[in-house]
Design a binder for this molecule. Structure first.
Ligand SMILES: [Zn+2]
Length: 97
């Protein structure tokens, strides 16, 4: 849906966060990640939670954080995004209710 190659979306952030934490991202990707963090409270909070998860468990697997744990996070993203503006990608974060 997105046509931008510069702006990382929250969806991409979530998909790449494990690579980020494992320092497996390309430098350019890493920079986009950091730039997104500056502007996105939702992902900043998400990253903090992921780091805490790693600290507590000593490891990180995607299956540990998706599903139930993701729903409130995605709702938080939507809340923060709406507080700022209404992005065209908001529909990607709509939960299936
Ligand atoms: Zn974000």
């Amino acid at each position: 849906m997105t046509t931008s190659v510069d702006d990382l979306t929250c969806r991409e952030f979530v998909e790449l966060v494990t690579d980020y934490l494992e320092e497996a991202l390309e430098p350019a990707e890493r920079r986009r990640f950091d730039e997104h963090l500056v502007d996105c409270l939702g992902c900043t909070a998400y990253l903090a939670q992921m780091r805490e998860t790693i600290r507590l468990t000593g490891r990180l697997r995607e299956e540990d954080v998706d599903g139930e744990a993701m729903a409130p996070l995605l709702n938080a993203f939507r809340y923060w995004k709406q507080a700022r503006s209404r992005p065209p990608t908001a529909s990607l974060l709509e939960p299936d209710l």
